[in-house]
Structures are given as C-alpha cells and as structure tokens.
Design a protein around this ligand. Structure first.
Ligand code: ADP
Length: 265
C-alpha cells in the first residue's frame, strides 16, 4: 500500500475518512453532510431507524453507491478518483477493484452460489481474485469454515443449510479474503429468532480474534453494546451522536437518540 500501514496501525490517521458526504436519490436527500472516520482495528456499531441512511453509507465503501457530494478516502486514497502525476482522474474499474479488495461485506441476504458446495463457495474468490492455487485456497477455506463452526458442512450445498449456517458460510467467504474492513449490514434481520444468537456469537469471536476494522449496522442493541468500541447513531441522513457504548447507551445526549433507544428498553 502506498503509505504503508504504520500510521493507520498506530491510530494516528483514520483508515477510512468520509468527508462532507451528501447523497440524493432523485430529489430525496438521504445523507446530509456526513463526516465519519473508521480507524484500523476499530469495531464501530451503527444504529438508527430504518431509512436513516446507514446502508447507503456502507455501500459507498464497497463503491456500490457514489455520493452526490463529498469524498471518501481509504488508506489515503480517494475512492472515486486517483492521482496521476498530481492530477486527480476519475477512477477506472481496476482502481475500484483494488479498493474493494480491502473491504468485505456481509448482507442480510447471503447470496451464496447455489450450485457450489460451501467449501467451493469459500474457495472461489481466493483462486480467481487472489490467484491462490486450489490446494492453498482449500486449506484456508477449511480453516475458516472451522472457525465459523461449519467444518463438518464443507460438502453441503447452500440449500441444505439453515439460514444461520448460510450466513456463517457467507462470513467465511468474506473473511478468507483478509479484508482490512468488514461491513456487516443487518446480517441477522432475515433470520428466524432462534438462529440469531449463533450468528452474533460468531461475529463476536471474529471481532475478538481479528485485527480488522468492522462496521456493524444492527438493530441488536445488546450486541452493539458488547462488541463495539464506538457506537454511531444515525437519523434522517445525519450522524446525530456517537461515542463509546457505555456513553451512548447509558447517557445519550440527544432527544432523538433517547427516543430511539427507549424503543428497546
Ligand atoms: P437504512 O440502512 O438506515 O435503513 P438506507 O441507506 O437503506 O437506510 O436508505 C436511506 C434512504 O434512501 C431510504 O429512504 C431509502 O428508501 C432510500 N434509498 C436507498 N437506496 C435507494 C435507491 N437505490 N433509490 C432510491 N432511494 C433509495
């Protein structure tokens, strides 16, 4: 990486910087001048009512949405532009692929390849994107599937697994790519209630074991409180309040935050 990771590891510099981000879909303004940082290794929980712009903010990091104003930097490089001899030029697909390579995302819907076994699902991108040999990829995939508690399901197809198991397989598929940042977008909200716990436990284990940064969009307040170094509350396209979990959950400052949290008590 151009700048080396030292300054980020030492937490001198945010690894991700959103600056003055605005987003409109047609005439609807869904993000309003967002300024937001993520440091390497940091676990950030993002909470707030539906429609407040959390997913849009996360999707921007994956280059799935382009802000209508403002800039996003990852490890010192702009997402949508890059420098050629001190001139900023529009990012091409190669640049965007490089950016995306640092980021993993797990959604509500796991989108595993249905015609491949779980093992193949986890191997695929390692071979085709990272260029590993099949046997290296298989070794890593098996280790990661063990870690998410699916070592015994390597040869199963996605439809043969429960929703919780499929979600854990999707996590293994992202994690094995060794992203610097993992985005989790309401990964439990499509699951039956009895399957939620096992998925949250796996995320907690991963958070404790891996140095990667995590941005977790969630409606599970107890989980956010347990896992996060910092909690961000969004409403109506704004970051209303952010702080360490004990501060935000026990001593929220803003009326909007207090009102939102009261729904969960
Ligand atoms: P959250 O994750 O907090 O529920 P979202 O980021 O999904 O919020 O959505 C924020 C707002 O943007 C919502 O009003 C949603 O309907 C709108 N929105 C999101 N994506 C699109 C899109 N592709 N086209 C039009 N409106 C969108």
């Amino acid at each position: 990486m151009k700048n080396g990771d030292d300054q980020y590891q030492l937490k001198k510099e945010p690894y991700v910087k959103y600056r003055n981000i605005g987003m409109k879909f047609g005439s609807t303004e869904v993000l309003k001048n967002i300024n937001f940082d993520i440091f390497l290794g940091e676990k950030v929980a993002m909470i707030g009512p539906s429609g407040s712009g959390k997913t849009t903010l996360a999707r921007m990091l994956m280059t799935l949405e382009k802000p209508t104003s403002g800039t996003i930097e990852i490890s010192g490089e702009q997402l949508w532009h890059y420098k050629v001899k001190d001139k900023l030029v529009e990012a091409n697909e190669k640049h965007l692929r490089k950016v995306r390579g640092q980021i993993g995302m797990v959604f509500q819907h796991y989108n595993l390849f249905p015609h491949m076994t779980i093992l193949r699902n986890v191997m695929e991108a390692q071979v085709h994107v990272l260029g590993l040999t099949k046997s290296e990829a298989e070794q890593h995939a098996k280790k990661m599937l063990d870690k998410v508690g699916l070592g015994h399901k390597c040869n199963a197809y996605p439809t043969q697994l429960s929703g919780g198991q499929q979600q854990r397989a999707a996590m293994a598929r992202s994690l094995v790519m060794k992203p610097k940042i993992m985005l989790f977008d309401e990964v439990t909200s499509a699951l039956d209630p009895e399957l939620v716990g096992e998925v949250l436990e796996v995320i907690k284990d991963i958070a404790a074991e891996y140095e990667m940064a995590m941005l977790l969009i969630t409606h599970e307040m107890a989980f956010a409180r347990d896992i996060a170094d910092r909690v961000v509350f969004m409403a109506d396209g704004n970051i209303v309040e952010e702080g360490p979990p004990e501060q935000l959950f026990l001593h929220p400052q803003h009326k909007r935050t207090i009102e939102f949290l009261s729904r969960f008590s």
